[in-house]
Design a protein around this ligand. Structure first.
Ligand SMILES: Nc1ncnc2c1ncn2[C@@H]1O[C@H](COP(=O)(O)OP(=O)(O)O)[C@@H](O)[C@H]1O
Ligand SMILES: [Mg+2]
Length: 281
């Protein structure tokens, strides 16, 4: 288990940061800035997964992170969640320079993530998954009754329906599992919540539920980063999108300025100068 040691803000006087002096492109986050990534790079051996990524996220903002397979979205989010150490570049959280050495470091800065593969335990029940590693105790023993009571409360706050908190995760639908994973992440009271392809394998009604959870969480001031290939979902929940291409951030736009066609153009770089062999009719 990762202890709560080594919260490594080795740099940065937290107080005086030149706020928005070098905002390059008039991009506006919804609320005060929560996260700023600048020039992030990461190689795995010879593979340059991240070649220079900039990203910003504001309080209460839902940011869509889009890009083709292999663009580096998941790697970037693992960096922000402390699961991978980046090579160069700067991470600022609420105006403070940070360098994460473990997921616990990121959690200490209130950054939560739900990974693409969810990381739930199929053979444990819903409540145990929600509380894994921090179960309410009664003396030396897990207080199961209290745990299930709190679990039911957590789920109902987020309007998540399961038949019982005693159900095994493996018995749930994909959407319910996703909802439980999000509820677990939310229970750590993140200020930043990262969701990596949360709707990829869900039925329509289940997608709706996840999108609703995203809106509710953002309405409480949490900044949400949503990775998805379902472009139509971006228009329902996002304020802004950041586009990645081959390990770089290449665009950043308010969703209100886009439609599906434009968005696809940004993702595929259809009419960018880097792809000038493309014929734009
Ligand atoms: N642990 C790793 N070791 C080697 N290469 C990796 C590793 N993780 C990711 N990559 C590579 O980095 C690139 C970006 O991957 P990823 O971040 O998963 O992209 P995306 O999530 O946008 O599809 C891909 O070429 C992928 O193969
Ligand atoms: Mg990915």
């Amino acid at each position: 288990m990762d202890g709560d040691t080594a919260t490594s803000q080795d740099t940065a006087p937290a107080s005086e940061q030149p706020e928005s002096e070098h905002d390059k492109s008039g991009q506006n986050t919804s609320g005060p800035e929560l996260v700023r990534l600048e020039g992030i790079t990461k190689s795995f051996g010879a593979v340059k997964s991240l070649r220079g990524v900039d990203l910003r996220l504001g309080e209460g903002e839902v940011l869509g992170l889009v890009g083709d397979n292999g663009a580096g979205k998941s790697t970037l989010m693992k960096v922000l969640a402390g699961a991978i150490r980046h090579d160069t570049g700067r991470i600022t959280v609420a105006g403070k320079d940070v360098r994460f050495h473990s997921p616990a470091d990121a959690r200490a800065e209130h950054i939560g993530i739900v990974y693409q593969d969810l990381a739930l335990c199929d053979t444990l029940d819903v409540a145990s998954n929600l509380f894994l590693g921090r179960e309410p105790k009664r003396g030396p023993f897990v207080d199961r009754r209290e745990m299930h009571r709190q679990a039911a409360e957590m789920l109902s706050t987020l309007h998540v329906r399961v038949r019982s908190t005693y159900q095994e995760i493996g018995e749930l639908s994909g959407g319910q599992r996703q909802a439980v994973a999000i509820a677990r992440a939310v229970s750590f009271k993140p200020k930043v919540l990262i969701l990596d392809e949360p709707t990829a394998a869900l039925a329509v009604a289940e997608v709706r539920q996840v999108l609703r959870m995203i809106r509710e969480v953002a309405a409480q001031g949490v900044g949400v980063i949503l990775i998805t290939h379902r472009l139509q979902d971006l228009f329902e929940v996002c304020d802004r999108i950041t586009v990645m291409y081959e390990g770089r951030s290449v665009d950043d736009a308010d969703i209100a300025e886009l439609d599906i066609e434009k968005l696809v153009g940004l993702i595929t770089r259809a009419d960018s100068s880097d792809a000038d062999s493309e014929e734009a009719a």
